[in-house]
Write a protein that binds this ligand. Structure first.
Ligand code: KIV
Ligand code: NA
Length: 276
């Protein structure tokens, strides 16, 4: 296994090789999915819902992202780590955006940052990339805009919206983004964008022809079931496994079946005699 970098993203698109990405928020999970060979790990602001139990991603702070990026970075050998820029960390000013992106790299040890939006964030993307920080864009059903969208609705179904997303993608590439996540848009629209731009598109609910795919690990492993969007495929049902294991543990402790010999330490019989 070799290290996956932002240049690997561009090479993969040129060679028509699909890019694989999953989220992680902690050391153990990051280590596992890196060992499995994932090319990129996103420390997404989905951590708000998945790990911290918030109602939306809007409550996540830069400090939250840094804390989890650090944990993930300790478990990763080869994957490119992308730290999500949370709500309000890049909206106020260009200076603020560069400072917060810089903290996610410097303190969080991420290799790149991701931020949501199109034309509105072009000045921020330009400034952050000028600071030598690679930026991943994110268009379509961008969760930080949930209150503007009036809910989690597929974006880009109308001509106006679809044209805006296409133009935004072109603008993001021009501004220096190295890849773009396309979330919750019609597959045919994602196809057009993937054709039109030379940086890779990473789809989540954007059909099969994107240059790569990303999913929330806890969703695809069947560990997080508060809400399961249509685009999630469950590759495991860990919730069932975990519930089964916990219930067995409870029952074995109650019945004194656990711990048995094999999980117990012994002491020399001569020493023992002197203790009682
Ligand atoms: O926060 C996140 O997990 C994301 C992915 C769903 C793209 O932004
Ligand atoms: Na996110």
């Amino acid at each position: 296994n070799k290290k996956f970098t932002v240049t690997s993203f561009l090479e993969a698109k040129k060679k028509n090789q699909k890019i694989t990405m999953l989220t992680a928020y902690d050391y153990s999970t990051a280590k596992l999915i890196d060992e499995a060979g994932i090319e990129s790990i996103l420390v997404g602001d989905s951590l708000g819902m998945v790990v911290l139990g918030y109602e939306s991603t809007l409550e996540v702070t830069v400090d939250d992202i840094i804390h989890h990026c650090r944990a993930v970075s300790r478990g990763v050998k080869n994957a490119l780590i992308v730290g999500d820029m949370p709500f309000l960390s890049y909206h106020i000013s260009v200076e603020d955006a560069v400072r917060n992106a810089g903290r996610i790299i410097q303190e969080g040890k991420a290799h790149a940052v991701k931020l949501e939006g199109g034309a509105e964030v072009i000045d921020k993307i330009k400034a952050i990339t000028k600071a030598q920080i690679p930026v991943m864009g994110h268009l379509g059903l961008t969760p930080q805009s949930v209150n503007m969208f009036g809910g989690f609705k597929v974006q880009g179904k109308s001509e106006y919206q679809a044209k805006k997303i296409i133009n935004d993608a072109i603008e993001l590439e021009k501004a220096g983004a190295f890849a773009i996540v396309l979330e919750g848009i019609p597959a045919k629209l994602a196809d057009i964008i993937t054709e039109k731009i030379s940086i890779p598109t990473i789809g989540i609910g954007a059909g099969n022809n994107c240059d790569g795919q990303v999913l929330v690990t806890n969703d695809m492993l069947g560990m997080f079931s508060d809400f399961t969007p249509k685009f999630v495929k469950k590759y495991a049902n860990l919730k069932e496994n975990i519930l089964h294991a916990i219930k067995r543990y409870i029952s074995e402790v109650k019945s004194s079946e656990f711990p048995s010999e094999e999980h117990t330490f012994s002491i020399d019989e001569d020493i023992l005699k002197k203790l009682v």
